[in-house]
Design a protein around this ligand. Sequence first.
Ligand code: ARG
Length: 581
Amino acid sequence: MDYKDLIATNLSECTGLDKEQVLGLIEIPPKLELGDYAFPCFVLAKTLHKAPPMIANELKDSPELVKGFDGAVTVDTAGPYINFRIDKGILAKSVISEIIEAGDQYGNKNIGEGKNVIIEFSSPNIAKPFHVGHAFTTILGNSLSNIYSRLGYNVIRFNHLGDYGTQFGKLITAYRLWGDEAAMQENPIDELTRIYVKFHDECKVSSEREKELEDTARDNFRKLEEGEPEEVALWKRFRDLSLDVFEKTYKRMGIRFDNYNGESFYSSRIDSVVNMLEEKGLLEESEGAKVVKLDDEGLPPCLVVKSDGTTIYASRDLAAILYRHEEFNFYKNIYVVGLPQQLHFKQVFAVLKKAGYDFADDCVHVGFGLLKFKDNTAFSTRAGNIIKLDEFLDKATEKTAEIIRKNSELRGGDMTDEQIAQVSEVVGLGAVTYTYLKSGREKDIYFDWSDMLDFEGDTAPYLIYTYARIKSILRKAADQGLTGSVENADKLTAEDEYAVIRSLADFNDAVIKAAESYEPFMISRQIALIARNFNRFYNNSRILNADSDEIRDARLKLCEAVADCLKSGLDMLGIGVVEKM
Ligand code: ARG
């Protein structure tokens, strides 16, 4: 039974407020003594012309308010608040039963049924290294995709590859001059980077050399745009080889995409966008270029066609939104792209809105901060300290393996090398993922190895360790023929037990809030709380040799419910679990 939902339904009936609004207003009181949920009556004061405490008192006595409570919820007031207290035993039994039934799918809903949500994330530029800077969009986008799918939306995962632009004219030129086929097979991105850098170095030799190279590059790009087979074949090869490399990393991280339409895909659709804007009288000449003025929106003009007639990034994004709407009639079109591109998206959405496409309002830019070292240097290509994501992941799993090996040795060496490697891959990648998702996304992350791998801290290793620990208790119980029972779960009303149950009950809400605000950290924060509450309970209570068989069986089910919920929450973040570590 979802008591919060029932309370909201009743409150909505009594007050005439929308249920959604009521749900948004319901608070969790700061102290457990005040009850489980509180409704502040301030909003009603204006319409009812009464003081909030008086409204609270009158509502409290309304029979409508307690419909269906059947003694499970008691109502009280404290000043302007109506407080609701759920019977601890009834709550315990209801929450544990609900989780055991849902298993590791706890938190799922069907609120998104029949709605298409496009989530665009990762979107690296081909022929360039996939570095730690790309990890944020990749990890955040993957988590949001998981969360929206779990809420029943039909999620379409887009990877808007940066696979177009004048730089491909340069790459084709450079490849013909200096490309090394063997190196290309061996490590395509390194080789493409090498020749791209060489192109720029050669340009510095003399202005004649620069002109010659730039002219050839421009010519090659033009041929590519006109669909000349040789240039197209080379470009396609660069793209395929790059994608192979990216896909290896995605696979390792358990990430997949439904659609790899990159910028090149939309280039053929730009003419119709330009015509449409022209017809609607929105395009204006500005220093030879064509722009859409956005003064009314308080934004700088959006550049659509450059003065040399070539199209740019923004026009490809305009074409992409129109395509996506046509093809998927999206309920939401979400862009997981760094905050530096905020203005770009504001402009693109504003142009569409101006052109009369109301679905511009369903487009959302989900921005995020930077990953920085604790010494404050941001990872960036230009700073020359590129850290490839794969190497970063390798290092994380290596460091994790050291810790896991040491722990195993302390227990007399109970893990094989293979087990250590398997566990370290899950825990190491989990540690990286969690680092990106444990705080609000717009904050910069200050990265530090020992924080990230602290088995006692706010980390994935701590959460996975808690999960594995529960699994080991459950295995031990099973060896004794015990699987637990929810029958007497209403006896779990001690303070430590209640804290665990309360935090498990709030998980549902955290998932919905995470989706609404595009903040997976609402989930990471909740499961971290559950794990801490569980470990406190575990340290203070006996499970297998509890005072009675009833309590033992109920506690075993509580353990199982915590494991299910942790697994579910971690999976939403894109983090796996291990059964033993
Ligand atoms: N490829 C771009 C980059 O690496 C990100 C693309 C963002 N998505 C978009 N629809 N513009 O900066």
